[in-house]
Each structure stands twice: as C-alpha cells, then as structure tokens.
Design a protein around this ligand. Structure first.
Ligand code: PLP
Length: 453
C-alpha cells in the first residue's frame, strides 16, 4: 500500500506550507519568512516536531485534547464508525445511531434543564446557532423587538460573522465590518488595576452591574440574551470573582433575558466540573460546546437547549430554518461517545477537581512569587500568569516590549507550548495530566520565566 504522505525534511515541509497554506489568524508573510513548526505526532501530553523534538503541550492543542493524545478507545470508535457508516445527514427526517446516543448521553451529563441538543461542526457554528435560536425564540413568542444580544469585550465566540460579532475582539471587528447589527458589548470582569484595589467579591458585583446598566440603557424589552464564557479563554483566562456569575444570573432573571453559557473551552471538565456553569453557579438557557466533546480528535460542536427554549421551539415553532451538513456527523458523534465514556471511566473531572487542579493551584501560588509575575490564577486545569514590569505596584510592561511573545519564544525553545495573550501567559493542559506532569510543566514554566526576566 502506498503511504499517504511523502517523507520530507523540515525545510521542505516549510517551503510547501508557505507556498500554499494560508493559516488562521496569521500574518502570512511573516510566517513564510520564519517557517512553520511542523508537528508530526503526539502521545499523552507530548508532541513531536519534524526535527524529532519533544514538546509538552500545555494548551491541549487548542483547548481541545482533554483525554490526551493516542487514546485507543477514540481511535477504535472512529475506525468502527467509518467502516459501518462514514456519513449520513440528519436532515429530511433521518438520524443515525451515534447521533441519537450522543444526544441521550449529553442530556444525562449536562445540567437537568438540558434535554435537547442541536449539533454543529464547530464552536463558531454553535455561536451562529445561538444567534439564530435566541432570535427565533423571541419571534415565536411575538416579541421580535427583543433582538439585541449582549456580550463582553475581549470575549471569543468564534470566527464566523456571527461568532466574531458575538466575540469582543477589536482586531476581528476591524476586519469585515463587524459586529453585525443587534450585538453589543460590555466590559469584561477583568480590570487588572481596579481588581487590585477592590475586594474580589465587590469587584464581581460591580462587573455584573455593568450588564444591568446596559440592559436599562437599551430597554429591557429589547434585549434577547446575554452570552459569556464562564472563564474567558482566548481572552487570556480571565477568571471572574465568585460573586460575578450568580449576580449575572439574577440580573437576567429579573429582566427575563436568556442566559447563554459558551462552554467551548470550559465544558467537559476543564474547570473541575463537567461544565463551567456548574462551577460558577448559573442555570443557562443555552449552552454551546465543541472542542472537549471529542477531545478534538474530530470536529464536532453543538448547542444544548434548555427546556424554556426547547418547549417553545418544539411546540410552537414549526420549521427551524437552520442546520449544517455535518450536524450530527456519525463519526464525530461516535468519537464523542467514546471520549465522554473514557472521561467517566478515568474519573477525569473528579481528578481535576480534587487532585490535579488543587495541585496546579499550589504550583501557581509559588510561581506568583516570581519577580516577573504580577498575578497567578488558576481554575481547574486552566491558568494564567500576568507578567509585570514592577511587581510591587503591578505596573505593566509597555506593549511595545512584547514580553509575552518573548516568554513564548523561550517556551518554544525549551519544549513547552504555552500561549501568550498580551502579557498573560496561559495554559490549559490535557486533563489526563498527572501530578508529576503538573510539576514537570511547572519546572519548564519557571525556567522560561527566568530566561524572560
Ligand atoms: N467559543 C469559544 C469560547 C472558543 O474558545 C472558541 C474557539 O476557540 C469558539 C467558540 C469557536 O470554536 P471553533 O474554533 O471550533 O469554531
């Protein structure tokens, strides 16, 4: 049998890559100059590049690979399903057993209000589904003026037109005339200086009050929903104080506004709970997910639809004019089933909550002593280090110093994938990580901080 791929040197891969492959979120010209890092294989929490270098993947690919690489149960599930039925759609009154069983299992593991799921191919498509579904819900109820969705600055909800509009990334809005109409943004619950000056509980309530201010400014009967990531991931692992989300829930309840939890990053165990809303004490009406549902082995996303919305859509809605070719893809659903069952078998969520999460927290408490670190925060197995020029006053580095990028380059050179969001260094390692591997990651992080200092 002919091998699928050719054998090439790193330089040859880089040349072909630069000649033909436009990467996401990339300055194409500068990447062509530098050359991509070519990742060729992976196992457990480690990657290997085309020069044979071993790298500890502290970002789980892209917040995806919760069960780690090389899990035979997922490989077998995909192989069996590819043989049995590689594709069929769920349009036109058809369904496949893996999609039905996954819907059933998701209803079991998500909070009790969720008994229905709408499948998508990705987190961005889930965000689009949220916008369509929220607006459809209010239309059916005869309140089409309830159209506006409130989100937050620095949020990330994907890269489609609706996903990027829900997101609060200025650089994304600047390209393509975003946001689309009817989406507005409030401040995120992260004000590094302000939060230093206030008690966390008071700051959490203050940040939640910005939502109510915006609702009153817009007129409560014009607001359809509020969407947020329990912990803002791509925005830099922004962990809100414990008072924030319960207060947001009260405000949504007070004004009858739907609450949407984007669990694309926080879902499937990342925070030490199956879903971030359980960690932070909200009862969302919709919950989007992707990434961890299959541990990224194959693409799959979706929206869990709570009973409040599901009842209206099902009983009064007629046709819902929305869906994707790959909604409920059988191979993706089979892999998701295997992934969730493996997580249950390994008790991964409990491990993060009771063992590796607290261990990471104590490791970060010691990293907080480093002269470069202004603040060290963790939530389950996600964490951030805020790098500062002056530790005592918390004064940040001037942006042109690009200290985060400098630190990241030391990580690359020392076999660690850690992400830089401005001057916040973030990690979200695979949930299968052991305590010893948390220590191994900690030693690499410390080394890279020392080299950056
Ligand atoms: N929502 C959140 C919170 C995300 O972090 C992401 C991706 O990182 C998305 C949505 C979009 O998911 P995808 O890249 O699968 O479209």
């Amino acid at each position: 049998q002919q091998p699928l791929l050719t054998t090439r040197s790193t330089r040859e891969w880089q040349a072909a890559d630069a000649a033909h492959f436009l990467h996401p979120f990339t300055d194409f010209q500068s990447l062509a100059r530098k050359g991509s890092r070519i990742i060729t294989r992976a196992d457990n929490i480690y990657l290997w590049d085309s020069d044979g270098r071993k790298i500890l993947d502290a970002m789980s690919g892209l917040w995806c690979v919760n069960v780690g690489y090389g899990q035979q149960a997922l490989i077998d599930a995909a192989t069996r399903q590819l043989r049995e039925l590689p594709f069929y759609n769920s349009f036109f009154q058809t369904a496949t057993p893996p999609a039905i069983e996954l819907a059933e299992l998701l209803a079991e593991i998500t909070p009790p209000q969720f008994q229905h799921v709408f499948f998508t191919g990705s987190g961005s498509e889930a965000s689009d589904t949220v916008v369509r579904m929220v607006r459809r819900y209010w239309d059916i109820l005869g309140q089409p003026q309830r159209h506006t969705i409130i989100s937050r600055k620095n949020a990330y909800h994907g890269s489609t037109m609706a996903g990027a509009s829900l997101g609060g990334m200025g650089a994304m809005h600047a390209q393509g005339g975003l946001p689309i109409p009817g989406i507005v943004h409030i401040e995120q619950p992260h004000a590094y200086q302000l939060a230093r000056e206030m008690a966390p509980d008071a700051f959490g309530r203050l940040a939640a009050s910005w939502l109510e201010d915006k609702i009153i400014e817009l007129g409560p009967d014009r607001v359809a929903a509020f969407i947020g990531e329990p912990v803002q991931g791509a925005g830099g692992v922004i962990i809100p104080p414990d008072t924030y989300w319960p207060e947001v829930q009260r405000i949504c309840d007070r004004h009858g506004i739907l609450l949407v939890s984007d669990e694309v990053v926080c879902g499937f165990g990342r925070t030490g709970h199956w879903f971030g809303c359980e960690r932070f004490g909200t009862r969302p009406d919709l919950m989007s997910f992707a990434k961890g549902v299959t541990s990224g082995y194959v693409p799959l996303g979706g929206v869990m639809v709570g009973e409040r919305v599901a009842r209206v859509l099902i009983e009064q809605g007629g046709d819902f004019e929305h869906g994707y070719t790959y909604s409920g893809h059988p191979v993706a659903c089979a892999v998701a089933l295997a992934n969730i069952r493996l997580m249950q078998q390994l008790k991964l969520v409990e491990r993060v909550r009771d063992d590796t999460g607290p261990h990471l927290a104590s490791l970060y408490a010691s990293l907080a002593e480093h002269p470069l670190v202004g603040r060290a925060e963790t939530c389950g197995l996600m964490a951030a280090l805020q790098l500062v020029r002056d530790k005592a006053s918390g004064t940040p580095f001037p942006p042109e110093r690009q200290v985060g990028l400098l630190c990241r380059s030391h990580c690359f050179a020392n076999g660690l994938v850690m992400r830089a969001v401005g001057d916040r260094m973030i990690v979200a390692p695979p949930l299968v990580m052991t305590r010893a591997q948390v220590d191994e990651m900690g030693a690499l992080i410390r080394l890279c901080l020392d080299k950056t200092w």
